[in-house]
Write a protein that binds this ligand. Structure first.
Ligand SMILES: *Cc1c(COP(=O)(O)O)cnc(C)c1O
Length: 490
């Protein structure tokens, strides 16, 4: 399996980039995102065999199609070590930790089911653990093989940072520099990250919003000389291995919700940077029978606007709202370029031009109207995409209703998903809503909705009172580089 960049790098048949080569990196040298040269296909026979596999073995089967340059026995050891009931032990009392991503049916009416798929039973109680735990083990494996080291430089609005830190803490040869917007994460999220005392974890609270953090990661990554000398890698959601790891649970969800391959399901995905649902798109391109991929956004509705109108218009920092589903508070969706590449039929020159335009003019228009940049909006339905938006009042109402009707407390992001999923139910098609976090992470809003605290899994009882370790900095690239250098000595 060879990889290319959405903007054209390594497109020709004689150039080759392997899975291991992009594992530790972020953007391609031309500023694009990596994708496989073609999507591996899954046959009906394979799907049938996969129905009975454990999550770890299913992960191995999916990954071996993409990571063809890692010996299979090594890959199998890595997936076996990653997807265990021990790591995903925060399953609710009536769920099986062994299932890793257990399903729970909420409503069932006229043959149409609304189902939650729990992706947040890992160490940091959010779906990012699903990919990050694998990444930690893949990184450790690759670095040990090359006798090398890695400095992860990432940005988080909450969940990526803690997932990365819990996946990398104490790992040999790895340091994590994690930027987060100062005072904009929930108290629980802040405590999860800042209470880590491992010397290889460096927390940096930036005066600004998440996008200021993300822009600094981009600026540092674009300085190729610095990046190389400091052995900088990334774990933000553009990392290809993370996307692939997420493909696995779409297969698991489908196979668990159906009994034969002629049944279809839809997925609703609480979305921000488009990483999670991009994995659903890839699963669908591989042949998984997915009817619809429903993008659910919060007040930061840049994706909902695109999927309704064909206009992609990124927001300025001042237009980016700080909401009660903060992990979806984005102004632009960093993985979106991968989907646009497929939507444009792999025309990397056009992709490059459109995303240049995002930088210079703040967006592009594929609506097909006179003067627009193309008419591909009309092809979106072929890819199964639809969308919707949920705001604070919807979130509260959904949390209350789900609690009352089904006795399940959902977090704010999942509530956004459920609200939008209900707008897209189709007769006879099971709708799976991805549960992206447990409610304990967003207790402030659970209190507001339910007048009581969210339940906390064992071990998290007093997390806010633990001592915290972090530095506060301005969004200044030069200062950031100096900080990295002072830690690495490189
Ligand atoms: C990261 C995150 C999202 C958004 O996922 P993307 O891959 O950025 O679209 C949604 N919900 C939660 C809880 C998250 O942590």
């Amino acid at each position: 399996m060879q990889y290319l960049s959405t903007r054209g790098y390594a497109t020709s048949s004689d150039s080759s980039v392997s899975f291991s080569e992009i594992l530790l990196g972020g953007l391609a040298p031309d500023g694009g995102l990596y994708l496989p040269k073609s999507y591996p296909q899954v046959t009906a026979d394979e799907l049938n065999i996969w129905r009975t596999l454990s999550y770890a073995d299913l992960a191995f089967e999916v990954l071996r199609k993409f990571a063809t340059d890692i010996p299979e026995s090594d890959l199998k050891a890595i997936t076996t070590k990653t997807y265990t009931a021990e790591v995903y032990k925060n399953a609710r009392q009536d769920e099986s930790a062994q299932a890793i991503t257990p399903l729970r049916t909420l409503q069932e009416k006229d043959g149409t089911k609304l189902v939650l798929q729990a992706l947040s039973n890992g160490p940091t109680l959010a779906f990012k653990d699903m990919a990050m735990q694998l990444l930690g083990n893949l990184f450790e494996y690759a670095l040990a093989k090359n006798h090398s080291e890695l400095n992860i430089f990432g940005a988080t609005s909450g969940d990526t940072g803690s997932a990365a830190e819990y996946a990398m803490r104490g790992k040999k040869g790895i340091r994590v520099f994690m930027l987060s917007p100062h005072k904009k994460m929930s108290a629980f999220q802040t405590a999860q990250m800042f209470s880590l005392q491992d010397p290889n974890i460096i927390n940096i609270a930036v005066n600004g919003v998440f996008d200021d953090c993300q822009d600094m990661v981009k600026a540092v990554s674009n300085d190729l000389e610095f990046k190389q000398r400091q052995k900088i890698g990334t774990v933000n959601s553009i990392n290809w291995a993370r996307v692939v790891a997420q493909v696995v649970y779409y297969f698991r969800g489908y196979l668990s919700a159906t009994s034969s391959n002629d049944q279809k399901v839809s997925f609703t995905v609480p979305s921000g940077n488009f990483g999670n649902i991009c994995a659903g798109h890839i699963a669908r391109m591989m042949g998984l029978p997915i009817a619809q991929l429903v993008v659910a956004t919060n007040e930061n509705d840049v994706l909902d606007e695109f999927f309704r109108t064909g206009v992609y218009r990124v927001r300025k920092s001042a237009e980016t709202y700080h909401t009660t589903s903060p992990s979806m508070d984005i102004s632009k969706a960093s993985n979106f370029e991968r989907f646009v590449y497929d939507l444009l039929g792999g025309d990397s020159a056009r992709v490059a031009a459109l995303f240049k335009k995002v930088e210079t003019e703040g967006g592009f228009d594929l609506s097909g109207r006179p003067g627009s940049d193309g008419d591909e909006f009309k092809k979106i339905a072929e890819f199964g995409f639809v969308s919707g938006k949920s705001i604070h009042a919807d979130r509260l109402q959904t949390i209350r209703q789900v609690e009352q009707a089904y006795g399940v407390t959902v977090d704010t992001h999942t509530a956004d998903g459920i609200k939008v999923a209900r707008e897209h139910l189709q007769a006879g098609v099971t709708m799976i809503v991805l549960e992206t976090a447990l409610p304990a992470k967003f207790n402030e809003t659970i209190r507001e909705a339910l007048g009581r605290d969210a339940e906390r899994p064992a071990g998290f009882e007093n997390i806010e009172s633990l001592p915290q370790r972090f530095e506060v900095m301005d969004a200044d690239v030069a200062k950031m580089k100096a900080l990295i250098t002072s830690h690495t000595g490189l």
